[in-house]
Ligand binder design. Structure first.
Ligand code: HPA
Length: 283
């Protein structure tokens, strides 16, 4: 459960820090998941700030991991990139990104573009494929909003992944001649990979991809009033769907192989947002 007595002042000082260092907020924030980190190199006039300077952000537990925000422009679009997210499997706590996302919203960010690495449940999306998230399944049925006050906690999730942003992603893929799948992302708590029986169940439920992130952040972001888009990079066929045993190393290896293509598509999506009329001009 979120401790507001601690989080509220942390958000206030985080927003002050962001304003002081970067000025007004960009309209677009990107969470970089595994395989997507290459997108950082596309940011022009980039300024970096460690999460350790932002009290509402998740504090890195493993030294040597890059946990920072990067603010700059891609094309004509200003953007803030988040390198590093808190995963529920690290602590059991699914509220780890609440402070970061609420700070972004309070700063003035409008759109949260989430990226992740996923296992594919569909043969038409082999490893290396990109999938636009159309909807999600919260398989663990955990919510970061448990204990939140007020009626805003009853968040409408009937169109959690913004239609206009999804159309924008599809148009960008077409313009780049890039095959972009679209489907339902299923959150599995992890950190263990799924069993083949679980994957068969998720497929029967209508899931197209499975991963260990994104869903708590989407819930928090919708609660905060951010518009959400999600892109998943398939790093492997899900458990039982290929002869290969699943390892973290395998997923990282595939993430690296496809990382450049994923990053360049992400860059094009972000740059194109500058022309989206529904986003505030100049941000
Ligand atoms: N399952 C869960 N998370 C993942 C997978 C997977 O197969 N691949 C990459 N992240």
């Amino acid at each position: 459960m979120i401790n507001h007595a601690i989080l509220k002042p942390a958000i206030t000082s985080t927003v002050a820090k962001l304003n002081e260092l970067f000025g007004a907020a960009p309209a677009v924030a990107v969470v970089l998941g595994s395989g997507w980190a290459g997108a950082v190199s596309l940011v022009q006039n980039a300024k970096h700030l460690s999460y350790t300077e932002l009290p509402a952000f998740p504090q890195p537990k493993v030294e040597g991991h890059v946990n920072e925000v990067v603010v700059g422009t891609i094309g004509a679009q200003r953007v803030v990139m988040l390198r590093g997210r808190a995963h529920t499997y690290e602590s059991g706590d699914c509220t780890g990104m609440a402070g970061a996302l609420r700070s972004l919203k309070a700063w003035g960010v409008q759109v949260l573009l989430q990226t992740n690495a996923s296992g594919s449940l569909r043969s038409h999306m082999p490893p290396g494929s990109l999938m636009l998230i159309s909807d999600h399944i919260n398989a663990p049925q955990r919510s970061p909003l448990v204990g939140e006050p007020g009626s805003e906690r009853f968040v409408d999730m009937s169109c959690a992944y913004d239609l206009e942003l999804r159309q924008h992603a599809k148009k960008t893929a077409q313009a780049q001649n890039l095959k972009l799948g679209e489907g339902v992302y299923c959150w599995a708590l992890g950190p263990q990979f799924e069993t083949p029986a679980e994957i068969r169940m998720f497929a029967a439920w209508g899931a197209d991809a499975v991963g260990m992130s994104t869903v708590p952040e989407t819930i928090l972001a919708r609660h905060a009033g951010l518009r959400v888009m999600g892109l998943a990079l398939m790093t492997n066929m899900a458990a039982g769907l290929s002869a290969e045993a699943l390892t973290h190393a395998l997923t990282l290896q595939q993430a690296q192989l496809s990382g450049e293509r994923a990053a360049s598509f992400l860059g094009a999506v972000v740059a194109g947002l500058a022309e989206l009329p529904s986003l505030q001009a100049g941000a």
